[in-house]
Every structure is written in structure tokens, then in C-alpha cells.
Design a binder for this molecule. Structure first.
Ligand code: SAM
Length: 530
């Protein structure tokens, strides 16, 4: 009897807690980070202690780190060296003593604080002389859509010098885990000490972020802000130390209750290549593949990968699962490879185990690739849950709310091992379906993405996903025809006239969590255009 098959799938959305954990929030920015509490609940629900839990598109490592802290073997995989650097860096905070980290920080203070403080009194010639004595990264060219041409154009001479001085001092730290922790803090500092840093309107100068994480390109600030290097690093190092304390506490709690046996591993493969190595080895997979265009992870990570000396080769960049970017990867190829990636995930799962995949897009073809390949690879769709409050809106979304989806769907599959061909071309009256869902709801407000998710899954269940050939605009017209109107401010549909502030009572979920201001870029949002 396979006890995993008795698991009742999670059918309800889990409210996202984005800032509740120091290990994921504030240590290092990354793109589209998943809310750790949601990931954690899925891991606890679909796997057992000692199990292997994989995230093949692991990003900053939320899945594998949470799995490790829950006594599983967390396996992080990503094609982007920066992603693995962050994930491994956070996971390694479980190693070494807290006192080593504190000592490492005070060693850095003694070695660098004064020197960094004096940089502002150096004139141009003095800075140039100093730069000549420092170890600097290669001055590579940047993607075509960057505001500037070359790597060094992203920095003022002072910023280049400060980053180099700090990095060299970190290399001299004798306790390896503490040294790695400080390098993680240095890498987070790099996100702030460059000209893509945009300060947040109406807040302290330092409360902003890089355009890399908000508009997904190297936009250089009109009036770049030079944050004080030592203080900026010091804050990041304290965040790392706070994350270490939190991880130590979580492990101690495990020790005192069920014993501690969590493990963490990193792989750096394309998902399809990974499956050759891990055939039928995984107990649970939770993952969040790229949603097509907009975020070219490898292009945008050049800022870090150059300085960390880990720039991927062209053949790796060609394997990135995105549309566009510097490699001009095609949408046709993306759809094909999205399907192959799902096949690879199912291949890696043991029979009777579960795969949860987070996805959202207005393009039904992308969902078709996921759902059809899963069925053909011997996995059946068990739950499709539209999440709440996830992700945070980005600046792009604020400018063009109708063209973006704010919510994501977690699709959970069980590997039955019995491949199935599912019909796709049955008739499907989308207007009728929208009308039925709208008239059966007791809520007077509804998010478009919730409705869209429901329609996609209904079409799939009725073997009609191939007939659901609808653009975003047509979809929106149909909602209007059913007597609902779009409220631009709240990014949702309202039964009659728009009224008042957003209500969560009686609101069909898949929400937004609009905490950031237009000038405070989010590191957590995805932009999805039709
Ligand atoms: C949506 S992000 C994952 C974010 C992650 N869930 C987190 O919480 O940080 C998708 C990731 O897929 C990675 N990726 C893109 N193409 C890939 C491929 N062919 N194989 C493995 N990883 C890939 C990107 O580098 C990116 O980190």
C-alpha cells in the first residue's frame, strides 16, 4: 500500500507570508521568490521526513532550504549560477558557530571601515590610481536593452573600489562558513552599490532596489545615488547573521523534538539533463518554472555572475527556459521545452509521488503544454489552486494592470505511471462557462486571473483545452458582457459599479498584495503579458 496515494490534495489557497522569515527575506534579492510559508506547507503535506524533495527551477532555494529544515533532503537545481550561489549561501548558514560570523564581521570592520570611509575624499585621479591596484572583474558587454554598454558603466569608480576592497578582505576570513556568509552579504551589497539602484520615493535613501528586479533590465538611475559602502555592507551582514540565528533556532527545535537529519544538495543543470541523473529518485517536486518572457534570468544576473567569476557559457544560455533575452530564444521553442521540462520532472518522481508546479499566463498554449505532457508522461492532475496575495505588484503591473495577472495557480499532479492521451478539441463555449461561474458566485468582486484559471482547468477537464483559443482582450470583453466591470485601481472585476476600497470579505481569491510604491521595486513579482 502506498501511503502517499492516500494524501488528500491541498484544494484551498494559502495566504502568502513574504516577510515572515529572515532567511528568505532581506538576505539577498532574487526574482519571483516564492512565499516560504506556502512552499513549506506543500512540502509538509506531500512528503515525509527523510524524503528527497527537489526544485528543478530552484531560484533562490526556498524549496530546498525549507525541505532541509523540515528534515528532508532538499535538492536545489538551477541553470543560473547566481541562483545556486544564493541558495547554497543561505543553506550553508546552518554551518559554523554564530560567534565565527560575528568575529568575521568585526574583522571586516577593522580591515575596511576606515578605508571605505576615506573613498569619498579621493579625487578622480586618486580613485583611478587606487583602481589600478585593485582586483576588478572583467568589463564585459551588457545585454542590448541595458542603458549602458559595458559592465564598468554600471558603477561609479568609488563603488567599484569599495566592492573590490570588501571582497578582498572577505577572502582573508579564516573560518570558511563565516567567510561564505560574508560573501553572501557582499553579493547583496552589490545589488545596492551600482547605478541601477533606484531609491524609494518618500523613504530613506537606502530603501530602494535595483531596476534589475523591478523592470527587469539594466536601467540606470537618472541621478544615481551612492550609498555609503561600509554601512550598506554592514546592514546586509547583519541580515545574514539574523538569518543564521533563525536557521540555528529551527534546527535546534528539530533536534529537541524529532531529531535533526536535514540535508541540502545543489545541482547546476538544465532540467532535462537533470532527469538523466535522477530517474525515479524523487519523493516530491515543488517548482516554479519561468513564465515565458520578461525575465531573462541569466542576462539579468550578469551583474553578479561576472564578479563571482561564474558567467555561464553560450551553450548553457541557450538552454534557459525563457522567450527572448540576448539569445533571442523563440516562443515555439519555449512551449516545446516547457513540455519537456514537465516530462523530465515526472520522470524524476517515484511512482505514486506528487509534483506541484506554480504557473500563470494568459497564453492557454503554455498550460496546454504543461497539462498534456503531464498526462502523457503518466501523471494526473489532482488539484489546481489559485493562490492569494501572490505575487506583489511590480512597477510594470501598476502601469498596465489590465495586461498582467496578479495570481498564480499551483497545479498538483500525482504520478500514476499510466500515460494518457487526453482529447483537446471538444467544443467549449467559453462565454457560457464564464457566465456560469459568475452567476454561481456569491461574491461581488472577482479577480480576472481566478476566473481565467478556472476556465483553463474546466476546458482541460472537458477535453477542450485546444478549443480555448482566446486572447486576453476577448476574455475581458466576455466578462463585461456578463455585466461585470473592471476596477483599474483594485485590479479586479466588480459585479455592478466599482465601490470603495478592496474587500476581502466575499471576494473570490487570487489577490494582490500591493505593498510596494512605484519607486520601491519588488524582487518578487512576475510580469505576465498576453
Ligand atoms: C521563477 S524562477 C524560480 C524562483 C524560485 N521559485 C524562488 O523562490 O526563488 C525560475 C528559475 O528557473 C531557472 N531556469 C531557467 N531555465 C532553466 C533551465 N533550463 N533549467 C534549470 N533552471 C532554469 C532560472 O534561472 C530561475 O532561477
Amino acid at each position: 500500500m502506498n501511503a502517499y496515494l492516500d494524501i488528500v490534495p491541498i484544494e484551498s489557497p494559502i495566504p502568502a507570508d513574504r516577510q515572515g522569515s529572515k532567511r528568505h527575506y532581506g538576505v539577498h534579492p532574487y526574482f519571483t521568490r516564492r512565499p516560504y510559508n506556502v512552499v513549506r506547507q506543500y512540502i509538509l503535506h506531500y512528503s515525509r521526513a527523510g524524503d528527497r524533495v527537489l526544485d528543478p527551477f530552484g531560484g533562490s532555494g526556498v524549496t530546498a532550504i525549507e525541505a532541509c529544515l523540515e528534515n528532508r533532503v532538499g535538492i536545489q537545481n538551477d541553470i543560473n549560477p547566481l541562483a545556486n550561489f544564493i541558495a547554497q549561501g543561505i543553506a550553508d548558514l546552518r554551518l559554523g558557530n554564530l560567534s565565527d560570523y560575528k568575529e568575521a564581521l568585526s574583522f571586516l570592520k577593522d580591515s575596511c571601515e576606515n578605508q571605505l570611509g576615506q573613498l569619498h575624499s579621493l579625487d578622480e585621479a586618486g580613485l583611478e590610481n587606487l583602481l589600478g591596484t585593485l582586483r576588478l572583474p572583467a568589463n564585459v558587454s551588457l545585454p542590448r536593452n541595458a542603458d549602458v554598454e559595458r559592465y564598468y558603466d554600471l558603477f561609479s569608480p568609488r563603488q567599484l573600489a569599495a566592492l573590490s576592497i570588501l571582497k578582498e578582505a572577505i577572502a582573508r576570513i579564516s573560518a570558511p562558513p563565516a567567510g561564505k556568509g560574508m560573501l553572501l552579504a557582499w553579493s547583496a551589497t552589490l545589488a545596492k552599490l551600482n547605478k541601477t539602484f533606484l531609491s524609494a520615493e518618500g523613504r530613506a535613501e537606502s530603501r530602494g532596489g535595483s531596476s534589475i528586479f523591478s523592470i527587469y533590465r539594466y536601467k540606470v538611475a537618472k541621478e544615481p545615488i551612492e550609498l555609503p559602502p561600509w554601512q550598506t555592507f554592514h546592514e546586509r551582514a547583519l541580515n545574514v547573521i539574523a538569518a543564521k540565528k533563525e536557521i540555528d533556532r529551527a534546527i535546534e527545535l528539530q533536534r529537541q523534538t524529532q531529531g535533526w537529519r536535514g540535508e541540502f544538495q545543489t545541482c547546476a543543470n538544465d532540467v532535462e539533463e537533470l532527469s538523466a541523473e535522477w530517474n525515479e529518485q524523487m519523493d516530491y517536486i515543488f517548482t516554479d518554472p519561468p513564465y515565458g518572457g520578461h525575465i531573462s534570468y541569466l542576462d539579468l544576473s550578469i551583474l553578479w555572475n561576472v564578479w563571482l567569476n561564474q558567467l555561464p557559457e553560450v551553450k548553457v544560455r541557450e538552454r534557459e527556459l525563457i522567450v527572448g533575452g540576448e539569445m533571442k530564444l523563440s516562443e515555439e521553442q519555449y512551449i516545446k521545452r516547457l513540455g519537456s521540462s514537465v516530462r523530465a520532472c515526472i520522470k524524476m518522481l517515484k511512482k505514486g509521488r506528487w509534483l506541484s508546479l506554480v504557473f500563470q499566463h494568459w497564453n492557454v498554449g503554455y498550460f496546454d503544454a504543461i497539462l498534456s505532457t503531464a498526462a502523457e508522461s503518466g501523471a494526473s492532475l489532482s488539484a489546481a489552486v489559485s493562490q492569494i496575495g501572490d505575487p506583489i505588484w511590480s512597477m510594470h503591473k501598476k502601469k498596465s494592470r489590465q495586461s498582467v495577472l496578479a495570481g498564480e495557480m499551483i497545479l498538483t499532479f500525482c504520478k500514476t505511471g499510466a500515460p494518457r492521451q487526453v482529447g483537446k478539441n471538444e467544443e467549449f463555449d467559453v462565454s457560457d462557462s464564464i457566465g456560469r461561474i459568475l452567476s454561481s458566485t456569491t461574491a461581488d468582486k472577482i479577480y480576472g486571473e481566478y476566473l481565467f484559471n478556472k476556465i483553463v482547468i474546466e476546458a482541460w477537464n472537458r477535453c477542450a483545452i485546444g478549443s480555448l483559443n482566446i486572447s486576453k482582450n476577448e476574455f475581458m470583453d466576455l466578462i463585461r458582457q456578463h455585466g461585470w466591470c473592471y476596477d483599474e485601481e483594485q485590479h479586479l472585476w466588480i459585479k455592478d459599479k466599482p465601490t470603495g476600497a478592496p474587500l476581502f470579505n466575499g471576494l473570490i481569491p487570487v489577490g494582490t498584495n500591493s505593498e510596494e510604491s512605484a519607486s520601491e521595486p519588488s524582487q518578487d513579482s512576475k510580469i505576465i503579458a498576453p
